[in-house]
Design a protein around this ligand. Structure first.
Ligand code: KG4
Ligand code: ZN
Length: 340
């Protein structure tokens, strides 16, 4: 007997990207992301502005996702949405919208944990894309998250390490700000690092012993170092930009790789699935390639559109939960702190 395809409409609004996607089973039919440019002027995400922008974007983004997928809303099997973690005002927009639509269409509502979605994004079916097998380790690295997770099954996950202060993307962005680079500065540090010497300026690495991370000390040491150098030579940043960027990137990548190595040793697992915007960083990609050759690791990095915040990753969790009939009640509320 032929099984009926399942169509999931997914909504993501946890931070500063308003996104909607339609999935047919594990395949993405559309994945529309409206990135809020307004935060660039402020050097970081302003929660109140993010919430307002979500309210303006959500209807057109959902319309576009349905149109691109060539699906009528009457064909939908369920609505999946990000319940948390994230900014409360942002989450509320997607949550209320999803609840109303599921009520209006009389179809199931499925809540999704954003961190679980970053990991399960690896299971969106794409041509020429391999998927990890259980158990594997997932490292989610972005402007909002830094986590190493032991993934035993779709819904059995254990956080092995997380950041105690700044996320790794924040470490890149805040370092870039010290150098006078525009927000978000992570991609620029990566760009200039290509031309610099990573050993030019040794920065201290955090001494957190277990699998947790701490990046605030690095930011402070970069700030003091730059202030001291600029006092002696006002052109220090301009004259040494590439070397400074290469040194910052080297330090951050080294921290990430040291923790990964430790996690692999501790668990005996050799498969690593990477996600989050910082997965674009050329330094971490190169280090992972080297580790594949040197230690026989197997690394998975999904298409970049599934690394950054997007609704397709919410949709794949929606599909997997739909299969298990893990539905939510209409009384479900957004949850800013929502642990895995
Ligand atoms: O996943 P994402 O788009 O948004 C969230 O933070 O949720 O990640 C954005 C973060 C920013 O901090 C940005 O600077 C960083 O990812 N990023 C990079 C690179 N591309 C993006 N950091 C270092 N190198 C890159 N190539
Ligand atoms: Zn995210």
């Amino acid at each position: 007997m032929e099984t009926k395809p399942i169509y999931i409409l997914a909504i993501e609004s946890s931070c500063d990207d308003t996104s909607a996607a339609v999935l047919c089973d594990k395949k993405r039919l559309s994945n529309v992301v409206a990135t809020q440019k307004i935060h660039e002027e402020y050097g970081g995400v302003v929660p109140e502005l993010a919430s307002r922008a979500h309210q303006q974007n959500i209807v057109p983004v959902v319309h576009q996702a349905l149109a691109q997928a060539n699906i009528d809303k009457k064909q939908l099997s369920a609505i999946a949405f990000t319940r948390g973690p994230g900014l409360m005002g942002s989450l509320l927009v997607g949550t209320s919208f999803a609840k109303s639509l599921s009520l209006g269409l009389n179809i199931p509502l499925i809540e999704v944990n954003h961190m679980q979605a970053h990991i399960l994004a690896h299971f969106i079916e794409e041509e020429n894309c391999k998927t990890p097998s259980f158990p594997f380790l997932a490292m989610t690295i972005s402007g909002g998250h830094t986590q190493i997770v032991l993934v035993k099954d779709y819904f059995k996950m254990e956080v092995l390490g997380t950041t105690l202060d700044d996320a790794v993307g924040e470490a890149f962005d805040k370092s870039a700000k010290i150098l006078g680079l525009p927000y978000p500065g992570g991609p620029l540090i990566d760009k200039y690092a290509q031309f610099g010497n990573p050993a030019a300026f040794p920065f201290p690495k955090s001494k957190v012993g277990d699998l947790n991370f701490s990046f605030s000390g690095l930011k402070t040491s970069i700030l003091y170092f730059i202030q001291k150098q600029v006092k002696e030579n006002p052109n220090f940043i301009a004259e040494n930009r590439d070397d400074i960027c290469a040194s910052i990137q080297f330090t951050i990548v080294d921290v990430l790789m040291t923790k990964l190595k430790k996690a692999l040793k501790q668990t005996g697992i050799k498969q690593i699935a990477i996600g989050g915007g910082v997965a674009a960083n050329s330094g971490i990609r190169k280090a992972l390639e080297d580790a594949e050759k040197k230690y026989g690791w197997v690394t998975y990095i999904p298409k970049f559109e599934y690394c950054t915040d997007n609704a397709a990753m919410i949709g794949i969790v929606g599909y997997l939960k739909y299969k298990e009939e893990l539905f939510s009640e209409q009384s479900v509320t957004a949850k800013a702190r929502y642990v895995l």
